[in-house]
Design a protein around this ligand. Sequence first.
Ligand SMILES: NC(=O)c1ccc[n+]([C@@H]2O[C@H](COP(=O)([O-])OP(=O)(O)OC[C@H]3O[C@@H](n4cnc5c(N)ncnc54)[C@H](O)[C@@H]3O)[C@@H](O)[C@H]2O)c1
Length: 325
Amino acid sequence: MSRTTVSNNSRDGSAGSGGQNNDIYNYVVLIVDIVVLVIKFWVSIVEEFVKLFVARAEANVSGQFVLITGAGHGMGKEMALQYASLGAKVICWDVNEQTNTQTVKEIKQAGGTAFGYVCNVVKREDVMELAAKVRKDHGFINILVNNAGIMPCHTLLEHTEQETRLMYDINVLGNLWMLQAFLPEMIERNEGSIVALSSCAGLFGLPNLVPYCGTKFAVRGYMSSLAEELRLKNPQTNIKLTTIYPYMIDTGLCKNPRFRFPSLLKLVASKDAAASIILAQRQGLEEASVPRHFLYVEKAGRIIPKKAMRLVNDFLDTYVDTDKK
Ligand SMILES: NC(=O)c1ccc[n+]([C@@H]2O[C@H](COP(=O)([O-])OP(=O)(O)OC[C@H]3O[C@@H](n4cnc5c(N)ncnc54)[C@H](O)[C@@H]3O)[C@@H](O)[C@H]2O)c1
């Protein structure tokens, strides 16, 4: 229904019967809009609630091109191997040629299809140039995984200017350059999936990770903003965005994890994390944490007073210790 407009005539009191009719029409439109909103609002709440208990369909990725940044190590490597085992053709990007080549080799040895490219995602020109080459060589990239990231871990005042800038360049700007390179074709074809690695550090503020938390909150912010931009541009958009919030994963990135209850909160194996991320992408989830329940903890935590939440945090005593020791 069209938006309600109040005519100038009715505002300055010079309305004739035409102006009054216009007013009545506008109020009727407004009431209909409100009724439709209330119905759709509750239907969507019930729908989303029901979906929590129903197994979601998983998109078939066989034959699709998946581009993963940071594919040479950790979760990027695991995702590359697992996407390939699902029949996807994996395009591996990493700044480290040796580890990236190793990932491609392992995929090929297992009978999969993979192509390796060296790229520093910080360098926008390189990203654009390589993206054009990849499109020329392989065509449309169906799934883009913005995974490459670094995590220096010490107090804010111990962070050097150089490492802070580099962290924002890789963890945030590098992601945006990748989007600017691959999103236009997704928009043109109205299809595609984008996965971005935020972190639990994009859900909660954590000591020793002040700049890193900033980068991961930024990932959460740009993905949420992009979802709105795409939806408003095209309400029928088929481009799926998935933001991932991993807890501590056993890749070596998180050097000094501290757990009071290791049996309850422990490092997640990178294989399991990769499987969980791929599942979230294939199910078209907008957001998913690894493990899954963390996102609900965060949502519940937001309505609890900060003072009370801090008591729980202190009790759990689960943090990342400085890497300066
Ligand atoms: N490991 C964790 O506990 C954890 C938790 C939450 C979120 N994350 C996030 O998940 C992502 C992957 O983490 P991981 O633990 O697998 O990392 P990792 O260190 O194991 O691997 C990162 C990969 O990115 C590559 N890389 C780094 N800088 C790059 C650049 N400028 N251009 C291209 N490639 C580059 C590295 O060479 C490496 O192969 C990161 O964004 C990280 O912040 C990790």
